[in-house]
Ligand binder design. Structure first.
Ligand code: ADP
Ligand code: ADP
Length: 227
């Protein structure tokens, strides 16, 4: 589903990604961990072309990410992404946040987009908050809306970039629970996180990065049972 082949990326003379390769099969959950600044966020953002790269190749669901002819809005609708800081539109209600991209990028009509969006909002347990604004909700709730918004686009895979690290501790589990359910339902996921309890529960594979390099790439069981 996601093939990252020998990716390298530089900022000027600084090499942020060094010949990174990862294969994520359909339905697999890959957890990316490693120290701060090791390139985790940059690596997953190459997958939906938020970060360009100079060498290598990435194929997502048959789409070549580096190809200049690739339709980026379409690619980004296929690859859902959830960031550390929710990234909801603050001036739009939750309902409008959920429908906007579906209408703009997928060309859905309002009725269909609302139906899809509210169904996903219900799934993350927030249906009754549809007419609130992001600022009226907790961080954990906003992050669940962000997940619902990405899912409303019917993505083939989901990327998560430290989705709980900006949250108060008591809100972390409500977001992780949504992600665990998604994993169990068979969503293909790449997750940058320091939450090792979560990783132990759902990771089919764990990647450990250091200084731009993938230094471990192991099945979850092996990673956690290593001596
Ligand atoms: P991680 O997610 O592992 O914390 P990042 O992918 O965010 O790491 O960053 C990797 C490295 O790239 C860091 O050293 C960071 O300072 C550097 N970096 C990130 N963005 C830029 C940029 N726009 N210009 C230069 N260096 C950057
Ligand atoms: P992180 O979650 O790693 O802290 P951010 O969510 O703040 O990262 O976003 C990092 C970078 O990605 C920023 O430069 C931001 O402008 C860019 N970005 C975020 N969302 C989008 C988007 N939908 N389209 C294009 N660029 C985006």
């Amino acid at each position: 589903m996601i093939e990252i082949k020998n990716i390298s990326k530089w900022y000027g003379n600084f090499q942020v990604l060094k010949n990174c390769s990862v294969n994520v099969e359909k339905g697999e959950v890959v957890v990316v961990c490693g120290p701060s600044g090791s390139g985790k966020s940059t690596l997953i953002k190459t997958v939906n072309a938020l970060e360009p790269f100079q060498q290598g190749e990435i194929i997502v669901d048959g789409i070549s990410v580096g190809d200049p002819k690739t339709d980026l809005p379409k690619l980004r609708s296929r690859v859902g992404m959830v960031f550390q800081h929710f990234e909801l539109f603050p001036h739009l209600s939750i309902r409008e946040n959920l429908v906007l991209a579906q209408m703009k990028v997928l060309g859905r009509g309002r009725e269909e987009a609302e139906e899809r969006g509210l169904k996903l909002l219900d799934r993350v347990g927030l249906l009754k908050h549809a007419d609130k604004f992001p600022g009226q909700m907790s961080g954990g709730q906003q992050q669940r809306v962000a997940i619902a918004r990405a899912l409303a686009m019917d993505p083939v895979c989901m990327l998560f970039d430290e989705p709980t690290s900006a949250l108060d501790p008591e809100m972390i589990n409500e977001v992780l629970d949504v992600m665990v359910n998604l994993a169990k339902e068979g969503m293909t996921m790449m997750v940058v996180t320091h939450e090792m309890g979560f990783a132990r529960k759902v990771a089919d594979r764990v990647i450990f990065m250091d200084a731009g390099e993938i230094i471990e790439n192991l099945p979850g069981q092996e990673f956690f049972n290593a001596p």
